[in-house]
Design a protein around this ligand. Sequence first.
Ligand SMILES: *[C@@H]1O[C@H](CO)[C@@H](O)[C@H](O)[C@H]1NC(C)=O
Ligand SMILES: *[C@@H]1O[C@H](CO)[C@@H](O)[C@H](O)[C@H]1NC(C)=O
Ligand SMILES: *[C@@H]1O[C@H](CO)[C@@H](O)[C@H](O)[C@H]1NC(C)=O
Ligand SMILES: *[C@@H]1O[C@H](CO)[C@@H](O)[C@H](O)[C@H]1NC(C)=O
Ligand SMILES: *[C@@H]1O[C@H](CO)[C@@H](O)[C@H](O)[C@H]1NC(C)=O
Ligand SMILES: *[C@@H]1O[C@H](CO)[C@@H](O)[C@H](O)[C@H]1NC(C)=O
Ligand SMILES: *[C@@H]1O[C@H](CO)[C@@H](O)[C@H](O)[C@H]1NC(C)=O
Ligand SMILES: *[C@@H]1O[C@H](CO)[C@@H](O)[C@H](O)[C@H]1NC(C)=O
Ligand SMILES: *[C@@H]1O[C@H](CO)[C@@H](O)[C@H](O)[C@H]1NC(C)=O
Length: 275
Amino acid sequence: MSRLVPLPSFALILLSLFFFITTIASAQNCLPSYCSGLTISHPFWKIDNQTSQYCGYESLGINCTIISGEERPMMSFGGDSYYVRNLTNTSITLVDYDVSSVSPVQARCPRVKHGIELGRLPLNFSSNNLNLSFHFDCTGVPPHFATVIPCLSNGSKWSCVNVIHPETENHDWGESACEDEVLTTVLDAVLSNERLDAGFPRALSTGFELNWQITTDDCAKCEESDGLCGYNNSTASFMCFCSDGTSTTSDCKGTTFLIQLFNLVVTMSQSLVAC
Ligand SMILES: *[C@@H]1O[C@H](CO)[C@@H](O)[C@H](O)[C@H]1NC(C)=O
Ligand SMILES: *[C@@H]1O[C@H](CO)[C@@H](O)[C@H](O)[C@H]1NC(C)=O
Ligand SMILES: *[C@@H]1O[C@H](CO)[C@@H](O)[C@H](O)[C@H]1NC(C)=O
Ligand SMILES: *[C@@H]1O[C@H](CO)[C@@H](O)[C@H](O)[C@H]1NC(C)=O
Ligand SMILES: *[C@@H]1O[C@H](CO)[C@@H](O)[C@H](O)[C@H]1NC(C)=O
Ligand SMILES: *[C@@H]1O[C@H](CO)[C@@H](O)[C@H](O)[C@H]1NC(C)=O
Ligand SMILES: *[C@@H]1O[C@H](CO)[C@@H](O)[C@H](O)[C@H]1NC(C)=O
Ligand SMILES: *[C@@H]1O[C@H](CO)[C@@H](O)[C@H](O)[C@H]1NC(C)=O
Ligand SMILES: *[C@@H]1O[C@H](CO)[C@@H](O)[C@H](O)[C@H]1NC(C)=O
């Protein structure tokens, strides 16, 4: 009889070894990734060949793309591409790819083609931004508050830009007879000392800031309990990957207890064997 007893405890040792291995495997997938000097971690994630999507929100994937021989972090939403200029623990700075310094097509006098559609992204415009309104190819009369852009105008058609204020927001542009209008956002500080007509190319290529403080509470609790933050796309909920290989929707305090219980059972069965 006594020679048969060690078997269950051997199985338990195998089981704990298994837990240990899955821990390493699942935890490493959600460790921060890097792209061109940026640290990418929850709720963002780096798009690669691995299925690391569950490390962040599906819509917050960053594509580390090679552009003109250099690694560039890029994001896509609303059908447009953005260069990720910076990423901090509370905000992300994006530049419309068409007018960014990483685009191989550079224009001294860029004509912005589209607005910024955040859609359902879990991000908000920062208060450091300023909204700009561009009107292109107009033939009528410019309103007094707009700045005509000489390099985007010629004898027959003019273009202009203005900062959107509550007073100008509802202006009727009918008498300006413009062919196209684009609303966009830039960092306020870039334009503070410059005239709009001279400063707008640099403002566009510096980009705008978005805040993403939404998930930090959950994530902080998860990390405090030695977990790594993730996101389950199919349940659309926050996930915490614990160092024991399990995942929870809160933090790892509960599962740590389970692991302690498990270790206790192992120890107890081993002492039973010893008897
Ligand atoms: C991803 O997979 C493609 C082909 O499947 C391969 O060419 C590429 O090198 C892989 N990239 C990484 C980062 O593993
Ligand atoms: C990432 O960028 C590369 C190169 O531009 C592109 O081929 C690929 O489709 C992009 N992947 C995603 C998921 O956007
Ligand atoms: C990114 O943001 C951090 C924190 O605000 C700042 O220290 C750093 O200089 C920024 N990097 C770039 C490239 O702007
Ligand atoms: C963000 O990082 C800065 C240091 O770079 C730190 O002082 C601040 O507390 C952090 N904020 C959050 C919300 O984690
Ligand atoms: C700019 O526009 C966005 C979206 O329309 C809005 O959420 C934001 O409050 C505006 N910012 C300013 C400074 O007017
Ligand atoms: C003037 O500019 C508009 C677009 O800004 C263009 O369609 C038009 O052909 C230009 N006319 C001349 C004479 O260059
Ligand atoms: C972002 O905007 C949404 C909807 O307006 C709001 O519920 C949320 O609290 C905002 N988040 C931040 C970080 O401001
Ligand atoms: C996400 O949630 C679904 C449904 O609860 C579950 O089957 C799946 O295993 C979860 N994904 C991960 C990576 O835990
Ligand atoms: C994530 O969920 C959305 C909505 O349920 C779905 O459209 C999308 O295909 C899912 N993506 C992945 C990678 O599972």
